[in-house]
Design a protein around this ligand. Structure first.
Ligand SMILES: Nc1nc2c(ncn2[C@@H]2O[C@H](COP(=O)(O)OP(=O)(O)O)[C@@H](O)[C@H]2O)c(=O)[nH]1
Ligand SMILES: [Mg+2]
Length: 298
């Protein structure tokens, strides 16, 4: 088994445990009515959401010889098929990262910067969370370790000004990748939304093609809260993809399916732990295989 898959599996073990209680193993054919109801309950407990759980079971049951393998296929086929991210833009590839405080934005940016550097790309990161001085320092540590560069201003500086400077410098100095961090909390929710809208606007002023992607980071352990967060940020920030972190911390990995189904947004990465290797490019088949129990429960 590849280290990628074993790590993912390890990270999803709590979710798989949640489901293993309810879902019989992979090859069981012709499940009983009661077993299907248990499966539906299991999917709900793993945070797939009641609507999606019902849909998945219904879809799987329509197939002859319906089994858990068919359920896996239904899950994979309902995930939006997004092509790979096109970072080969004419100027820098500009990525804006948004999301509520504590979801993992800054650490994820640090990891992404490292991954891009490993591909030989030059990376410039903008410290747009000016709300707390500690946030800038935390980012600085990651950026230095990654061998990337950073644009920063003083605590309390206008995040839009930081974003503008970052993108402008990224274009002027021909960076391959520009990543802009943001705050996930300011004095008020309204303030945060206004700020994000402004950050997005000035990025486009600095470079009309940008941002190429806006990824929202959500904490996979927060259940319906994660759904509400995506709903709230989506229009303001123009979210184009999701990163679901902390899947190792709860048995609620089904949230990944619920979010992508509900919003039709591609999942770009999932986080299954705190180290660099725990941020994994999302692969629908691997994810679903890691989520569902494999062995037949006798
Ligand atoms: N267990 C676990 N912790 C994570 C994961 N991703 C991020 N974290 C932790 O979540 C905490 C908050 O992350 P941070 O990047 O500061 O969040 P931000 O406020 O959105 O910038 C940090 O302690 C991270 O190490 C993950 O996939 N799994
Ligand atoms: Mg942060």
């Amino acid at each position: 088994m590849s280290s990628f898959f074993s790590r993912l599996k390890q990270g999803l073990s709590r979710s798989r445990d949640t489901l293993a209680k309810m879902v019989p193993g992979g090859t069981v054919d012709a499940l009983t009515e009661e077993q299907w109801m248990d499966i539906e309950d299991g999917l709900i407990m793993a945070d797939c959401g009641a609507d999606l759980a019902a849909q998945l079971v219904k879809k799987a049951r329509k197939r002859r010889g319906a089994s858990v393998d068919v359920l896996k296929e239904s899950m994979v086929s309902m995930l939006p098929q997004a092509g790979p991210v096109n970072t080969a833009t004419s100027g820098p590839f500009v990525l804006l990262v948004v999301g509520v405080n504590g979801t993992g934005k800054t650490t994820t940016i640090g990891k992404l910067a490292t991954l891009f550097r490993q591909q030989g790309k030059s990376v410039l990161v903008g410290a747009g969370d000016t709300f707390r001085a500690a946030a800038v320092e935390q980012l600085a540590v990651w950026v230095k370790r990654a061998g990337a560069d950073m644009v920063r201003q003083h605590e309390g500086a206008d995040p839009a000004a930081v974003a503008f400077d970052t993108v402008q410098r990224g274009v002027a100095r021909n960076y391959d990748v520009v990543i802009v961090d943001t705050a996930g909390r300011v004095q008020t929710d309204r303030g945060l939304m206004d700020e994000l809208a402004k950050v997005r606007r000035v990025i486009t002023k600095a470079y009309p093609e940008a941002p190429h992607e806006v990824w929202q980071v959500v904490d996979g352990g927060t259940g319906q809260n994660a759904v509400a967060q995506v709903e709230k940020f989506r229009d303001v920030a123009g979210t184009s993809g999701l990163i679901v972190t902390k899947l190792d911390g709860s048995g609620k990995g089904g949230i990944v399916l619920q979010l992508s189904h509900k919003f039709g947004l591609p999942i770009r990465y999932v986080g299954v732990g705190e180290t660099l290797e725990d941020l994994m490019e999302f692969n629908a088949e691997a994810f679903v295989s890691g989520l569902l129990p494999e062995e037949v429960a006798e």
